[in-house]
Design a protein around this ligand. Structure first.
Ligand code: ADP
Ligand code: F6P
Length: 318
């Protein structure tokens, strides 16, 4: 019986559990033996392997986080670390490895693929920063967390006639800020992909209050500046009372949205079909509502560009 192993790596994201469940259940249905590797590449190097049956993935579809747990490992970036990992895969007779993680985890998967391991990637990160997929696992859930947080901020900001500056995650990618900003109707969005004029923003906010607005929300991507820096700048260049909020790891938690559950179920199913078909060294994603796949090399060659049209949508709606 051929063996498929699955691991989750890097920053966790809502829907990773749902992806593991889909991979395991589909793999079992197609006659594979399924193995889970705990704590990502760390567990792979430390030989932390467990057998997974159908019941082991019960009751996880709706849970955030990852029951296999996740980790980051500097050692895995070295040849010696990867040798340990490959030896463990061979020792357990693993034929295929599925890595659920972000771009760093994909680099690791690509290295293993280059060294002859039949490797597959599923885009597990809230950042939405992986090229050749419209969405990453957890991104949609995170947008929902962001919009709920902004709704809470509006209540108190209106009572006190204040400006709220909210800092969201995303590393060097502005998707959480931009798409969360559109969905929440914020007044300004600062993202790494576009230049901004903070003095002009401070002016625009002041004018809004002069017109009778009772609050304003400014969204800043962590790749641009901190909420504290932006809030201080706005206070210096306007007469507005401003408060910074860092949303932080709250963004990575919570039950996955229906979208993330469906998206991961479809990809988890398809990756097993690709194994059946003999396709290897690829990562899956969604483009125009279809589940698609590309080689790791193609993904690293492509650019992840924030949709310029979406930025225009934002600008025309404020
Ligand atoms: P994410 O996968 O969420 O982007 P990281 O960038 O932290 O998270 O990457 C997760 C792990 O992937 C790292 O801790 C490391 O073990 C592995 N990794 C990252 N970059 C590389 C690389 N260039 N080569 C091999 N492994 C890598
Ligand atoms: O990559 C996911 C992410 O949540 C980023 O948005 C953020 O910059 C980073 O991970 C935070 O990492 P950590 O969980 O190590 O604090």
């Amino acid at each position: 019986m051929e063996k498929i192993a699955v691991l989750t790596s890097g920053g966790d994201s809502q829907g990773m559990n749902s992806a593991i469940r889909a991979v395991v259940r589909t793999g079992l249905a197609h006659g594979y033996e399924m193995i889970g590797i705990k704590r990502g590449y760390k567990g792979l190097m430390e030989n932390d392997f467990i057998t997974l049956g159908s019941k082991d993935v019960s009751d996880i579809l709706y849970r955030g986080g990852t029951f296999l747990q996740s980790a980051r490992s500097e050692e895995f970036k070295t040849e010696a670390g990867q040798n340990k990992a490959i030896n463990n895969l061979k020792k357990h007779g693993v034929d295929y490895l599925i890595v659920i993680g972000g771009d760093g985890s994909y680099r690791g998967a690509q290295s293993l693929a280059k060294r002859g391991i039949k490797t597959y990637g599923l885009p597990g990160t809230i950042d939405n920063d992986i090229p050749l997929t419209d969405y990453t696992i957890g991104f949609d859930t995170t947008l929902n967390v962001v919009q709920d947080a902004i709704s809470n901020l509006r209540d108190t900001m209106s009572s006190h006639e204040r400006v709220s500056v909210i800092e969201v995650m995303g590393r060097n990618c502005g998707d959480i800020a931009l798409q969360g900003g559109i969905a929440s109707g914020v007044d300004a969005v600062l993202i790494p992909e576009f230049d901004y004029d903070i003095k002009a923003i401070a002016n625009q906010l002041s004018q809004g209050f002069e017109r009778g607005k009772t609050h304003s929300i400014v969204m800043v991507a962590e790749g641009v500046a901190t909420a504290k820096e932006v809030a201080s700048f706005i206070e210096e260049h306007s007469n507005l009372d401003t408060r910074p909020t860092v949303l932080g790891h709250i963004q990575r938690g919570g039950t996955p949205s229906a979208f993330d559950r469906l998206f991961t179920s479809r990809m988890g199913h398809m990756v097993i079909e690709l194994i059946n078909d003999g396709v290897t060294g690829v990562a899956l994603g969604m483009e125009k509502n279809e589940i698609t796949y590309h080689t790791f090399d193609e993904i690293f060659k492509a650019q992840n560009i924030v949709n310029k049209k979406l930025y225009k949508v934002f600008q025309d709606l404020i």
